[in-house]
Design a protein around this ligand. Sequence first.
Ligand code: ADP
Length: 803
Amino acid sequence: MMQYKRPSEDTLKALETAPAMFLILAPDLYILTASNLFLEATGTDRAAIAGKYFFDAFPGNPDLLDSNGVANILSSINEVMLTGKQHAMPIQRYHVPDRSAPGTLIIRYWEPLHIPVFDEKGLLSYIIQSVKNVTEEVMSKVEARQSKLDSDDSLRELGLMNRRLELEVARRTAELKQSESKYRNLIQHCPVAIQVFRGEDMVFEIVNDLMLGFLGKTRDIIGKTLFEGVPEIVGQPIVDVLYGVYKTGEPLAVYGEKVILERNGKSEIGYYDVIYRALYDDEKITGVLGIAIDVTPQIVAQQAIVESEERFRNMAENSDILISLVDEFGTLEYLNASWAKMTGWVRDNLKQLSWDEYVHPDDRSAVTDKFINGLENKTEFVNEFRLQNKENDYRWLRIKGTPRFDSLQSFRGFIFSGIDITEEKQRLLEIEYINKALIFSNEQLLNANLKLLESEENLLTAFDAGELGSCSLDLKTGKAEMSERYRHLYGLPQEVEISWEMVLQAVEPEFLEEVNLVLENAIKFGKPVDSTYAIRHLSTGEKRWMRVVGKVYQGIDGTNERVYAIVMDVTAQKQDELRKNDFIAMVSHELKTPLTSINGYVQLLGMKMQNGDNYDGSPILTKIHAQLKKMTTMINGFLSISRLESGKIHLIKKTLNFSEIIGALVEEYKMLASTHNFIFNKCGQTMVNADEDKIEHVLNNLLSNAVKYSPANTEIEIDCRVDGDIVMLSVKDRGMGIHVHDIPKLFERYYRVQSLQTSTIAGFGIGLYLCAEIIERHGGKIWVESELDLGSIFYFSLPLITD
Ligand code: ADP
């Protein structure tokens, strides 16, 4: 296709409605449009011919074998193109289809005139083929010629012919009148502004309303000259154009012509596309037809674009942001000063700049991919990449590409704006590093936490195993956080917030002062807590001994803030201690008694011997001996205890016939303790691996207790029985028996039943304790069955030696 500036739609529209027969041809002879009158005369419609090649739309008449119409038109157009001037063709015969009788043609003669129209750059924009239907003239001439030829023969028809001609003239005149009024009417209602000047002075002959509106004048300018009617036009370039057309007869078109007109007393600037065409009367120019289209809004918009473009450049040049433009093919059109400053690129020939070579090789393909994708899809995109600067360092850039569209919404390329994000990237890297470090330390923290949890669990398990309660007391608020066991030990409710006052309620009154003092010392001096006191269990009312051990922790302000303490039930130890004290008192008393007796006996013996009598001291010595034995037994018992407790009791085990040893001992007892009746049920050969002395000690103890705690003359039954792989021995008495409450504590150290009956019976509460220890160390068991006032049966068992 040829490159030419297609006339605007408005121009075409104006030409279509022009009161003449116009066919508008592009320089390549494709039909742009045709005027309404042309279409009417040729019996065609616009849609059928617009966009078609001229000779396709109007092929040579096939029935006209002599027709050389195509060649004539081509040579005329050639002439126009060569000279740039209009070219009038001789009359052409070209028949048009008869719409009323499809398939037939109507004879037509035409007078075509080809007028070139140039754009503002002087290039051929389009060609107006103005045609005049001269069929009637030709026909009448032909007819005239024919009639002349036939005159001789047709003289008689002359009158008739004359008459016909007269009629024809009358008809033509009427037609002309009609056509003129039609012409004026058309102009008046034409949607483009039209004016017709007549004469050298450019007298307004016709001006339609639209044109009047442009001129800002009223109908009274008709009949006035241009300068009279529109005085402000004097000196404006458009006048030269108008006169030029009038003088040369060559049609002229100017586009976007600036014209200053006075409207409503105000001088207003407007821009118009104006076409002037000379009007002829025969060969003489008699006037000018002017068509104008107001293009002010477009021009103003264009100017605004130009201005905004200028403003854009100005702004871009002075901006710190990297700004660049590429056209719709991706070719670099513009780079601002910031770009040049950073890269050192010379902006003379940007089209030659291979900017992508400066992109870091690792980023290059991603950058170009996005760029191409953006161009293809005309969509916004962002690229982050490293670019080499003039110091040959790589800088990180973030460039955003925004598609550009012109006023007709055609894609014009991209505008890029970018910033240097090197520092941001650096910070991001640092953050990433910190993040990684954080994750790592978080993991460690988590591990430590897990370990802490584990150790807390361990601690809790340990606390549980040790039956320790834990508590943390806020020294300022008095609020206490307590473990389940702590609450349990004091009989405090679970699930309820505990205050120090609630704890104090459990403390036995005689210890309150001490407990408060300990707390005061903790608050004031941060002294560690260690206190043992008795409480009354808040739910059972039982008396218990508690030991609280704690440490004071200071807050950040250095004040003593909190006590973390553990509490343990020390009732057993405390009772043990109390019994021990009783025991010591009793021991001192019991040891003193035989000593006093021995002392007395020794003095008596001394006195008797001093008297010089041949005194037999044997009875006194026997008594002394008995007292000494009692003391020895006592002392041995104590020694056994202390040995036992210091772990120094060692069993010297050997294979023994248990039944035999027991039998011998019972026999001995039968002789010694004549107060009771001993019954012994033997159990035959029973071999055990045991310490003989210790087993004897156990039986001794059980037998002496049976004697001690049962009335004289009652039976003491010793039963030996083998049960599977154990041998079981029982000592049954018919004595005072033991209360069910005392039974579980009977084998504890220093435990003695406190009753009226026992108060008169001497004892230290260590016998059964030692028995239990000995039996358990032999892998056996010891227990008791007893009923108050009926008697008791003490049992112990030992494992038998099995082969
Ligand atoms: P003791 O020296 O007091 O007898 P033991 O340890 O041998 O010390 O006995 C502890 C307590 O068990 C005694 O004080 C007594 O109250 C009670 N007891 C021991 N044997 C008997 C028994 N056969 N009948 C009743 N009570 C007994």
